[in-house]
Design a binder for this molecule. Structure first.
Ligand code: 13P
Length: 248
């Protein structure tokens, strides 16, 4: 079955203030000169979503990095999916390993967040990935399969969403799995998606994330079942991010 167009998304994490929007302006200009072959998104900190969405132009989509599962209420500091949408976001990352680790987010909570995102009209990017200990114990495929089955809400069937496979040990380390390892996990993710949601899950993109850089992006993005990239550090500078976009 034909896969959807690739999605290259930047996750700025807790980086970026208004002055960094110059990088977005540079990216916007470059993309309008040479339109990308893939979808492009940036997920800035919540404080910048509205300004980035306003400045980004039609070729750059804007996403949040997390949302609460609840629609509203007494959750000091929380941001709902509807608030992200209201600020101009069209996507949201949920279940990033930094949130799973730092905030103890479970698969069940991630599924609720993804469902809230879908209900608000956002496209969730649901993150999964094994730790180094799990990889070394030969459990990577099994762990990721379980995360997909339990983090993907049934409400995602037929709605726009993406999965991001981000091995925890590859994030911010400069290490990446081999291309064969990436293919093996992505194939397992696809079959778990289909097992969970049926054939509606045959086309949503499966992004790879973890130390994607201009010099490895072309090889990674050519791996079967790699439907894009979720890029951390290399998305902060327009030139690096653009080189990854051009490799897609
Ligand atoms: P790096 O690209 O900095 O390794 O980060 C990956 C990531 O966590 C994106 O969500």
């Amino acid at each position: 079955m034909k896969q959807s167009v690739k999605l290259v998304a930047g996750n700025w994490k807790m980086n970026g203030v208004a002055a960094d929007l110059t990088e977005v302006a540079a990216l916007r200009q470059a993309l309008s000169d040479t339109p990308p072959a893939c979808r492009v998104a940036l997920c800035p900190p919540a404080t910048l979503i509205e300004r980035l969405a306003r400045d980004a132009g039609a070729l750059i989509e804007t996403g949040g990095q997390d949302c609460r599962a609840e629609a509203k209420g007494a959750f000091t500091g929380g941001v709902s999916a509807a608030m992200l949408k209201d600020a101009g976001a069209t996507l949201v990352i949920v279940g990033h390993s930094e949130r799973r680790q730092e905030f103890g987010e479970s698969d069940a909570l991630v599924a609720l967040k993804a469902e809230a995102a879908i209900e608000a009209g956002l496209e969730p990017i649901v993150c999964v990935g094994e730790t180094l200990a799990q990889r070394e114990a030969g459990e990577a495929v099994e762990v990721v399969r379980r995360q997909v089955m339990n983090s993907l809400p049934l409400a995602a069937a037929g709605r726009p969403f993406a999965i991001a496979y981000e091995p925890v040990w590859a994030i911010g380390t400069g290490l990446t799995p081999t291309l064969e390892q990436i293919e093996e996990v992505h194939r397992a993710v696809r079959s778990a998606m289909i097992e969970r949601l049926g054939l509606a899950a045959a086309t949503p993109p499966i992004l790879y994330g973890g130390s994607v850089k201009p010099d490895n992006a072309r090889d990674i993005l050519a791996v079967p079942e790699v439907g894009g990239a979720l890029v951390g550090g290399a998305s902060l500078k327009a030139a690096d991010f653009l080189a990854i976009i051009e490799a897609a």
